[in-house]
Design a protein around this ligand. Structure first.
Ligand code: BV8
Length: 233
């Protein structure tokens, strides 16, 4: 049924979360593998944590960069890239910052929480893509001040233009898929409701129920790397 909806001139929007990268070996945020040392990611992915302990937060991000560098896109990422090529009116909105969707070939993508591979200055406007090994406390080459990861931390606003594009696309979707997200982090967690309010068919793909499962038209339980390739086959 869901498969039949992913075709023709339908406008398809897909929201992904950490569960899509789990099969690549990237720890999810809230799963059993989510801890880094004794810290929960959401306790470190915050501006106040960076202000108080910049070296610890950079150690956390450099650890993630190092780990993700060794990971490969999995069948879920590849299936979504293939879906983009098959559907003219398609948009992928990801909460993930690991860059695996782009490495899998996705191009119609909004990385709404930024990227591990972006760094920017805490003082001046310097910002760059950087896939290299960063020092423990990377400094801005322009003004010498401390750089920060180019991600959106908890308590920080999303980039206005990115959020507007996401809301516009979700509000026009005919089909909205929510894949591998615990549906806890706002504003992404409200997208399914926005899609539903505008008449979209809503589908959730997850290992287990989430707070939005009961509101979805379809809930497919299983591994994203198994289900997504089936949907596009
Ligand atoms: C905002 C980048 C407003 C960093 C991330 C107090 C003050 C201010 C804001 C708030 C506040 N209280 C609450 C908020 C809002 C807050 C929020 O939602 N908090 C939550 C925790 C309650 N949101 C924000 O702060 C956002 N900004 O609201 O701004 C504002 C406006 C003006 C001025 C100031 C503020 C910003 C949120 C962005 C945070 N940054 N990432 C980094 O990554 O280091 S979010 C982070 O969580 C990741 O991006 C992650 O993707 C995301 C969501 O988590 P999930 O992806 O869902 O991952 P999770 O581990 O939870 O779940 C994985 C799922 O996959 C599970 O369901 C599992 O079952 C499933 N799964 C696992 N394996 C598989 C699978 N499914 C299928 N197949 C598998 N194989």
């Amino acid at each position: 049924m869901v498969k039949a909806m992913l075709g023709g001139d339908r406008r398809v929007v897909v929201l992904t979360g950490a569960g899509v990268s789990a099969e690549s070996g990237v720890p999810t945020f809230r799963g059993r593998d989510g801890l880094w040392r004794t810290h929960r990611p959401e306790d470190l992915a915050r501006p106040d944590a960076f202000a108080a302990h910049p070296e610890l937060v950079w150690e956390f991000y450099n650890w993630r960069r190092e780990l993700v560098r060794k990971c490969e896109p999995n069948p879920a990422h590849l299936a979504l890239a293939a879906l983009e090529r098959a559907i003219p009116n398609f948009l992928l909105i990801t909460q993930n910052v690991d860059g695996l969707h782009v490495r899998a070939g996705s191009r119609k993508i909004l990385e709404m929480h930024g990227s591990l591979w972006q760094v920017r200055c805490t003082v001046c406007s310097h910002a760059r893509e950087d896939h290299g090994d960063l020092p423990e406390m990377p400094e801005c080459p322009v003004c010498g001040h401390l750089l920060r990861p180019g991600v959106v931390w908890f308590g920080e606003p999303l980039v206005p233009g990115v959020l507007r594009l996401a809301i516009e696309a979700v509000g026009k979707a005919d089909v909205f898929l929510s894949v591998g997200t615990s549906s806890l982090v706002q504003p992404a967690a409200s997208f399914y409701q926005l899609a539903k309010d505008h008449g979209a068919v809503t589908v959730e793909i997850n290992l287990e129920p989430t707070p939005s499962t009961g509101f979805m038209d379809f809930a497919l339980h299983g591994m994203a790397g198994d289900i997504l390739p089936e949907l596009i086959a």
